[in-house]
Ligand binder design. Structure first.
Ligand SMILES: Nc1nc2c(c(=O)[nH]1)N[C@H]1C(S)=C(S)[C@@H](COP(=O)(O)O)O[C@H]1N2
Ligand SMILES: [Mo]
Length: 447
């Protein structure tokens, strides 16, 4: 499987020395690169600078600085051209992509987030990954209804207007499909981080706390053990959620990154179940039933179970354990020259927050602590960075997160020892990207 349409930032250029403050160079040295190597780092910066200098001192200078481009000498465009803003047309390769090996039909589909091209901790709404069991649906909000029934005093039907009038909160949380990184259980040749980890996105969600709604309809707390959430699409996708989760931080959400949910994300209502695998975040939410025992629906008895080495299935493994991945440099990218690179990636934990991220450039033999780019939020993606000087030698890049419970992300071999290799879901193993002498980065599995 190769990416026939590589995105524009697939080639990474080392930063020239003049971009790097002297104290940063010494900081890189202080963090484990010894004095004798300092000369090499200087050399690497200098060679990168020389490459650039070649451009700027070419006959007559760089035309891009010497000659004014047309956008500096003509009228700009009217605000009327874009009532709803779009990215620059030069960024048109930064898109969700389908994995040819995975999608069986147009409806039972998944499109992955281009993690290699994104910054910070938030996913732009238009690039949020999509996973539909039976296609996305285009709901008329005036005709949409949401019902709570089961073990409650007053079964109630809400309109969207009813929900919008209630007290709301906005919270940032990651959403990860339980099947994210599924292909890495086997000997994967999935080329890019978009396909290995792109069923992960982070957004600000706005909605009514589910606890408030359950209280309002008079939930029978002496009997209630679970809720069943049901969507209005044709997939009959229903999920049992523990009452503890339901009363904790779940939202009946209508907002995503400051505006109404996108249709692909469940417009006009979806359940937000922080820290829990994506399948429980029921989209196009139309019903919640309060019950006293798990419902064992098709999506929790035959699907979304983990086949263990002893042949037994693990059921209701809902929480997304701590996980991290380097998004740049990552598979499919190329380091054009030796020199300074900022290694960066994302870390997250369904059990709390990110405490520490470590990065190895030698396949896990030595680790250095990465810088965490705050704010660090509960059950939300966290950006990390690490300064690195590539000297043109082969490297094996890995990241490893420790979460607020003290749990450490496992190496692949350690995970396989416990889980076997017959699972689909919940693969949170350390990812390895190999850099060869030519600077090409690919996906490899160690151990
Ligand atoms: N009603 C409904 N809800 C659904 C699904 C679906 O197909 N129908 N897919 C689930 C799965 S498997 C995942 S991973 C998430 C994906 O959410 P997203 O498409 O907003 O990324 O939605 C979940 N909620
Ligand atoms: Mo999913």
């Amino acid at each position: 499987m190769t990416d026939s349409n590589p995105e524009p930032r697939g080639q990474l250029q080392a930063a020239p020395e003049s971009f790097i403050p002297a104290d940063l160079v010494s900081a890189i040295s202080a963090k484990g690169i010894n004095a004798e190597r300092r000369g090499l780092i200087k050399g690497a910066f200098a060679s990168a600078l020389a490459t650039m200098a070649g451009v700027t001192t070419a006959a007559g200078g760089d035309p891009n600085i010497v000659t004014l481009p047309e956008w500096s000498t003509t009228l700009g465009k009217s605000v009327a051209t874009h009532p709803y803003g779009q990215p620059s047309r030069y960024e048109s390769n930064i898109i969700r992509r389908q994995s040819p090996g995975l999608t069986q039909t147009d409806q039972a589909s998944v499109a992955f987030t281009p993690l290699q091209s994104l910054f910070g901790m938030m996913t732009p709404s238009g690039l949020h990954f999509e996973r539909h069991h039976q296609g996305w649906v285009d709901i008329d909000p005036r005709r949409h209804r949401f019902m709570i029934n089961g073990l409650v005093k007053t079964p109630t039907v809400f309109t969207l207007e009813d929900i919008l009038r209630l007290p709301s909160v906005s919270r940032m949380h990651f959403l990860e499909c339980g099947a994210n990184t599924a292909l890495e259980w086997g000997n994967s040749a999935v080329p890019t981080v978009q396909y290995t980890h792109g069923m992960l996105s982070g957004s600000e969600w706005t909605g009514v706390p589910l606890s408030l709604l359950l209280e309002r309809v008079g939930i029978d707390l002496s009997k209630a053990k679970v809720i069943l959430a049901e969507g209005a699409d044709g997939s009959s996708m229903t999920r049992t959620i523990n009452i503890a989760n339901a009363l904790d931080d779940c939202l009946v959400a209508y907002g995503q990154n400051g505006e109404m949910l996108r249709p692909e994300q469940g417009y006009p209502l979806r359940l937000v179940v922080p820290g829990v695998q994506g399948v429980s975040w029921v989209k196009w939410l139309r019903r919640i039933e309060v019950g006293d025992a798990p419902y064992a629906t098709k999506d929790e008895s035959s699907h979304y179970v983990d086949l263990m080495p002893d042949g037994l299935q693990r059921q209701y493994t809902a929480i997304q354990e701590a996980k991290s991945v380097i998004t740049s440099p990552s598979g499919g990218q190329r380091l054009k020259n030796s020199g300074y690179y900022c290694i960066t990636g994302l870390a997250w934990s369904g059990r709390g927050s990110v405490k520490k991220v470590e990065v190895s450039v030698d396949g896990g033999r030595n680790w250095r602590e990465a810088q965490i780019q705050g704010p660090v939020l509960q059950k939300m993606t966290t950006r990390f960075t690490l300064d690195w000087v590539w000297r043109g030698e082969p490297a094996l890049l890995q990241s490893r997160v420790t979460d607020s419970t003290g749990y450490v992300q496992p190496q692949r071999a350690a995970l396989l020892e416990v889980r076997g290799a017959r699972s689909i879901y919940h693969n949170n193993a350390i990812q390895t990207w190999r850099v060869n002498r030519a600077g090409e980065v690919d996906n490899v599995q160690l151990g």
